[in-house]
Design a protein around this ligand. Structure first.
Ligand SMILES: NC(=O)C1=CN([C@@H]2O[C@H](COP(=O)(O)OP(=O)(O)OC[C@H]3O[C@@H](n4cnc5c(N)ncnc54)[C@H](OP(=O)(O)O)[C@@H]3O)[C@@H](O)[C@H]2O)C=CC1
Ligand SMILES: Cc1cn([C@H]2C[C@H](O)[C@@H](COP(=O)(O)OP(=O)(O)O[C@H]3O[C@@H](C)C(=O)[C@@H](O)[C@H]3O)O2)c(=O)[nH]c1=O
Length: 290
């Protein structure tokens, strides 16, 4: 049985759907059912349910976006930096292997030679390497709390998308924002992300940090071109002149735009798709929100 924390969240519900589809037994836990942010409660839950694996898909992301983290710093630190350490302690005490959802947003840009950041590169968009958003800083601290742990996967997600229209889907956002910031990013099809995480556990690949993104990177303009081709959206898309204009027109919170290298994941045998193919496929099979 798999314990899945973060019950009401976007990523946890995606895991729940994929686990159900595969007929894998799991329990989706919300803080409403059990306050897993308290170590004693989490240990009790583990003792009662005896999971073979635990997935921590809980954290503070901010609604409608990471800007909210700047105004809710305590909740953000609790969810992203303190909670991973609590889950670590509980899982180590009860010898339960587990996976933690981290974020690629602890990086900005790419390596000097233009290639993507590897798992061994230190974060460069975090409190120890400012500037950063409060969200990114808190996620990097969360990873630090897991350093040295030997029974955990740290799965880095980045800018999720899928074929289901919705407020958390990057492709929906690109269709709805009045103006776009033209940056280059690695992205992840959220269903493929979940499948890759489950592959890590089911195939017993070595524990550690994994960048779980589709292969390659795309600019916003590339994504717009794919929207025009596959969704036939022919209205003009408007762009911010540059990041400075984006910052002054929005609430001034910097975003991480970055490229991640996923070759460590690919070496485990998971056949993740090229990002352009994955976006094109999502747009071709698009399910509009009702
Ligand atoms: N969505 C994204 O773009 C990305 C998300 N991630 C990471 O994935 C994880 C899940 O994100 P996502 O599902 O999108 O987020 P959501 O905000 O949709 O859900 C997170 C869930 O975590 C639980 N939670 C536990 N502690 C807190 C807290 N202090 N504040 C708020 N919620 C808390 C809540 O569930 P409940 O109360 O039901 O237990 C909440 O619904 C996070 O760690 C996030 O950093 C990484 C990269 C990209
Ligand atoms: C607000 C806004 C953003 N953007 C761009 C900036 C950025 O490249 C992209 C996403 O920005 P948003 O503000 O929508 O989302 P943001 O909250 O920054 O998204 C992030 O959420 C957290 C939880 C993560 O971990 C990240 O991986 C990422 O998914 O959209 C625009 O083009 N126009 C806009 O008006």
């Amino acid at each position: 049985m798999i314990l899945l924390l973060g019950g009401s969240g976007y990523v946890a519900t995606t895991f729940a759907k994929r686990l159900s589809d595969r007929g894998l037994y799991f329990r989706l836990i919300s803080r409403r059912d059990c306050d897993y942010t308290r170590r004693d409660r989490l240990i009790e839950l583990i003792d009662q349910t005896k999971p073979s694996f635990l997935i921590n898909a809980a954290g503070y992301t901010g609604k409608p976006n990471v800007e909210a983290c700047e105004h809710h710093k305590a909740d953000c630190l609790l969810g992203n930096a303190v909670l991973p350490g609590i889950v670590r302690e509980a899982c180590e005490r009860r010898d339960v292997p587990w996976g933690h959802i981290s974020s690629g947003c602890i990086y900005s840009g790419s390596r000097q030679d233009g290639s993507g950041f590897r798992e061994t590169d230190p974060p460069n968009f975090c409190f120890r390497s400012p500037p950063c958003s409060f969200y990114s800083g808190s996620k990097a601290l969360g990873e630090e709390c897991l350093q040295g742990a030997d029974n955990v996967f740290v799965w880095r997600l980045r800018i999720p998308f899928s074929n289901r229209d919705g407020e958390r889907n990057y492709l929906s956002k690109m269709m709805r924002y009045e103006r776009l910031l033209d940056v280059t990013n690695s992205l992840a099809d959220v269903n493929e992300f979940v499948d890759a995480c489950l592959h890590c556990w089911q195939h017993r690949v070595p524990f550690g940090v994994y960048n779980i993104v589709n292969t390659g990177a795309v600019s916003t303009a590339d994504v717009v071109q794919l929207l025009q081709t596959h969704r036939h959206i022919n209205r003009p898309f408007r762009y911010f002149r540059d990041e400075a204009e984006f910052m002054s027109a929005t609430s001034g919170v910097p975003r991480s735009s970055c490229v991640l290298d996923n070759s460590k994941l690919i070496q485990t045998g998971f056949p993740i798709r090229d990002v352009r193919d994955a976006i094109a496929d999502a747009l071709r099979t698009w399910q509009p929100e009702r």
